[in-house]
Design a protein around this ligand. Structure first.
Ligand code: NDP
Length: 501
């Protein structure tokens, strides 16, 4: 490795010291600070308090009090909506600062980080609209003497735990919906990328969110995250991250039977038929595999190509992948940035080595890139991958594309479904029947047809099987943060204790 050179863009940059937000007060930690070294630049950019279990308990107590006694759950939907809209405006106004933090802490390209901020502001606006539309049902069909009303009530205190790959976007897929419902929250971003979430805390205070409604903790998962999943005063846990920690979260939450929402990993196939528009597909394949350096639960990490086009398509994907600009995340022309940590880079490398040992061929890349900045990985293509290989079944979470082949539609579906995940999938064909058959038979929460990784605030997002539990976004997202209460109202004389229906 060559020595890290501080890039020019960081010349006047001093590492930023952050504090946690507990009960409306910016709080120092009791332990030593956690330092974040920028993965794309190799220099310390942020320092956070290492929160403790005691900090988590204080934050949960603040959220509990804000829910039980505070104004937030008692406001009208319109009042909450107006505050969320103000937050969205402030997010848009501070998008450059937020994107810069996400870029240097996660290593993602600055242009991409700015795109994610625009998407996040839109989600806050969408959630604000839903805040005014949250409603239940009424039943006027139960007989003269009965009126049934089904209420939607805020579920209470929600723990929100997020990962490092889309720091601001993922918290925005959870928090505004919980707030729209009237919940109070304790939020824990990844210890690697906490900066933009802490800045969000400042934005929410400025927008008018009362103290205690949003508490933001920094620190490690086992220390501050775990109590957020076990504490009896927490009513729900909304988690995005690895399937392993998701499983642990569910087990922890089971101790007090909390509601759990989980967005976990994926091993998403793109199935390509010979009649597909290959020009369009090649671009989508490269985007799907290397966007966010492949550190993306939705990454299109498995190409399932019809045998008759496999060689040609692999060569064309490789030719375009060679042109992908990997480099300094702060360079506006960079398309793929750094890998989150040196340990993660090693993990990606061991998947490539394991695949080669198992009989796959490295058609492109396969190694780390030494750019003299931080840690980077070359866009990689593995051909000759078979469904039994680890690289075909497990989430690599790096810029590694596995190529598999099929001969019949049934075989393509079988290969697509032969994994434990079911987050998303893509199908490419000009034939409507083919697309619809794949769309109906592949077990995944989202199936893209002749496109890949498009999203919208209106469209639900989540996974089948070990990709998770529940859905985010979409018009029901706010309901996920509610309990259902039945009001069974009686008028007139009751008919004894035996009441047949
Ligand atoms: P983790 O699942 O380890 O972390 C996600 C969040 O959970 C982080 O905030 C983490 O805290 C927290 N956490 C960790 N342990 C606990 C615990 N015992 N109780 C409560 N919270 C906890 O994901 P990583 O960030 O380490 O990534 C590892 C792998 O997960 C990746 O390689 C990838 O395969 C997958 N992943 C999937 C994502 C997705 O969107 N589906 C996103 C990110 C990762 P902290 O890290 O601060 O300790």
């Amino acid at each position: 490795m060559t020595a890290h050179v501080k890039p020019k863009a960081l010349d006047n940059f001093a590492a930023r010291d952050f504090r946690m937000l507990i009960d409306g007060v910016w709080t120092e930690g009791s332990g030593p600070a956690l330092e974040r070294v920028a993965p794309g630049h190799g220099v310390v950019v942020s320092r956070y308090p290492a929160g403790t279990k005691a900090d988590a308990e204080r934050a949960i107590a603040a959220a509990r009090k804000a829910f039980d006694d505070g104004p937030w759950p008692r406001m009208t939907g319109a009042e909450r909506s107006n505050i969320l809209l103000r937050a969205a405006d402030l997010i848009a106004a501070k998008a450059d600062e937020l994107a810069f933090l996400d870029c240097i802490e996660s290593g993602k390209p600055i242009s991409q980080a700015k795109g994610e901020l625009a998407g996040a502001a839109d989600i806050w606006r969408y959630a604000a609209a839903l805040a005014r539309d949250l409603h239940g049902e009424s039943y006027n069909t139960l007989g003269e003497g009965t009126l049934g009303v089904v209420l939607r009530e805020a579920i209470g205190v929600v723990s929100i735990i997020t990962p490092w790959n889309f720091p601001f976007l993922i918290v925005s897929q959870k928090l505004p919906f919980a707030l729209a419902a009237g919940c109070t929250t304790v939020v824990k971003p990844s210890e690697l990328t906490s900066g933009s979430t802490l800045l969000l805390g400042e934005i929410l205070i400025e927008a008018g969110v009362p103290a205690g409604v949003v508490n933001i903790l920094t620190g490690t998962g086992p220390e501050v995250g775990a109590p957020m999943t076990t504490h009896p005063d927490v009513d729900m846990v909304s988690f995005t991250g690895s399937t392993g920690v998701g499983r642990l979260t569910m087990a922890n939450a089971a101790q007090t039977l909390k509601k759990v929402s989980l967005e976990l990993g994926g091993k998403n196939p793109q199935i390509v038929f010979p009649d597909a528009n290959l020009e369009e597909f090649i671009d989508a394949a490269v985007f799907g595999a290397y966007f966010n350096a492949g550190e993306c639960c939705n990454a299109g990490s498995r190409l399932i190509l019809h045998k008759s086009i496999a060689a040609e398509v692999t060569a064309r994907v490789a030719a375009l992948a060679r042109k992908v600009r990997v480099g300094d995340p702060l360079d506006p022309t960079t398309q793929v940035g750094a890998i989150i940590t040196p340990q993660h880079l090693d993990k990606i490398g061991s998947y490539v080595d394991g695949a080669a040992t198992a009989g796959a061929s490295v058609a492109l890349g396969g190694t780390a890139l030494d750019l003299g900045l931080g840690q980077f990985m070359a866009p990689t293509i593995l051909s000759g991958v078979t469904p039994d290989m680890a690289v075909a079944r497990e989430e690599v979470f790096g810029p590694v594309l596995s190529v598999l082949t099929f001969e019949t539609t049934d075989e393509a579906i079988r290969i697509a479904n032969a994994i434990d995940y079911g987050l998303s999938a893509g199908v490419w064909s000009r034939d409507f029947d083919t697309c619809l058959t794949i769309g109906r038979k592949v077990r995944a929460g989202t199936v893209w047809m002749n496109t890949f990784m498009d999203g919208a605030s209106e469209l639900p997002f989540g996974g089948y099987r070990q990709s998770g539990l529940g859905r985010e976004l979409g018009r029901h997202a706010v309901e996920d943060y509610t309990e259902t209460k039945t009001l069974n109202m009686h008028m007139g004389a009751r008919t004894g204790w035996w009441m047949p229906r």
